[in-house]
Unconditional design. Structure first.
Length: 403
């Protein structure tokens, strides 16, 4: 039987806009047991941004815990309930973006067999979420799960970090893979004085398809460097429209691409739609596969089954003439750090293993677990990163715009 869950969410701002925070909790629909609690400060924001962020974080907790559940969201914000139910129009750009994010999470729940519905409740029946939102406004970050140890933090704790949403050159290349030894940095809390400001919103875009992609061939750094085919060019235009809506309202927007042709071509319509000039950063290139470039996995397996297995499971192994996963992770780590320093919203057009590398760092995944992450051609993946090293994943492998 489908399990019933209740999300209670709230947000507030002392000044509107002013010092803001959100709160959310998840209850078992039958026992009313609290399964998860979330709260965090948001800096200076409006009530509506805080309320929507509470909703988003409550839905994320469901997605983490039991995505196939039938979820009833209960909030005392008539605005959020009516807009998310489709009865009221959304006019403000920040609200459009946040509502889209909430709908994306709801779609993931629906894809897993669950459902999300909305119910307005008076404020006196939303006291638990209201208390959590006040904790957030007081600078306290809460992340408690019934199935995990309590890891609530205050603004002076090592793991304290804000969660939630925000407001908003000539192509270069390389003929030889860069195998410079660099140390990959871990995306994790690194300071006892956490950054409570706005995170940099990173939208990772996997390039559109090439003939190599559709043929199942490896096409890494230093290889044949194929261009987009007709289907890939169509995907790039669709990506541009989707990204334009996603980052609308951001204070600053920039576009960065790898130095490979298919990424530059995918990034061109994105940059045009956003009215900016795309910048090339070759550290976002795909992993170098050396002598295996242009071969399918089937062909590689026939030649060197043990080597192929090592490539997928050993971060220190490289194909002949290629680079190791550890080397790729190190340069992607440097590239991500530069992207975060840009601030605002940064669209990065890159490659599958590069996206896997970023998500592995944020989620603490090893090389084996990383291969379970999907990143389809033309897909979008969103993360938020604070300058103190804290980060969270907003969504992954979003391909709705390609349908």
């Amino acid at each position: 039987m489908t399990r019933r869950l209740i999300v209670e969410a709230d947000g507030g701002s002392r000044g509107n806009p002013g010092v803001a925070g959100y709160g959310a909790l998840v209850r078992d629909g039958e026992t009313r047991e609290v399964l998860a609690e979330r709260a965090a400060p948001l800096g200076k924001e409006s009530n509506n941004v805080a309320e929507y962020t509470g909703l988003i974080e409550g839905l994320r907790a469901v997605l983490d815990h039991e995505p196939s559940a039938a979820v009833t969201v209960r909030m005392d914000s008539k605005l959020v309930v009516e807009q998310m139910s489709g009865r009221w129009k959304i006019k403000h750009e920040d609200m459009k973006r946040l509502a889209a994010e909430a709908r994306t999470i709801s779609s993931e729940i629906a894809s897993a067999g669950g459902a999300v519905t909305y119910e307005w409740i008076p404020r006196e029946k939303n006291k638990a979420a209201d208390k959590l939102s006040n904790d957030g406004m007081d600078g306290v970050t809460v992340r408690r799960d019934a199935w995990q140890p309590d890891d609530s933090t205050s603004e002076t704790d090592d793991e304290g970090a804000p969660g939630g949403a925000t407001k908003d050159e000539a192509p270069g290349g390389t003929s030889e893979p860069d195998t410079t030894e660099r140390e990959a940095k871990t995306v994790a809390p690194v300071t006892s004085n956490p950054d409570l400001g706005k995170p940099t919103r990173i939208v990772l875009v996997r390039h559109g398809v090439t003939d190599f992609t559709t043929g199942g061939k490896l096409d890494g750094r230093g290889g044949a460097d194929p261009a987009l085919n007709a289907a890939g060019r169509d995907q790039a235009e669709r990506v541009a429209r989707a990204v334009g809506a996603l980052v609308s309202g951001a204070e600053t927007v920039s576009v960065v691409t790898s130095s490979l042709a298919r990424a530059i071509e995918t990034g061109a319509p994105v940059a045009k739609a956003l009215g900016v000039q795309a910048q090339v950063d070759e550290d976002w290139d795909e992993q170098a596969f050396g002598e295996w470039d242009g071969l399918s996995f089937k062909e590689i397996h026939a030649r060197d089954a043990a080597g192929l297995s090592s490539l997928r499971h050993d971060a220190t192994y490289s194909a002949p003439g290629g680079e190791t996963r550890a080397q790729l992770d190190a340069r992607i780590s440097d590239a991500l750090e530069r992207a975060v320093e840009r601030g605002g919203a940064v669209v990065v057009v890159t490659h599958r293993i590069a996206i896997m590398s970023v998500l592995s760092a944020v989620l603490g995944l090893d090389i084996d677990a990383a291969w379970r992450l999907a990143a389809a051609p033309g897909s979008l993946t969103g993360i938020e990163v604070w300058r103190d090293g804290n980060a969270q994943v907003a969504f992954t492998n979003d391909t709705h715009h390609l349908r």
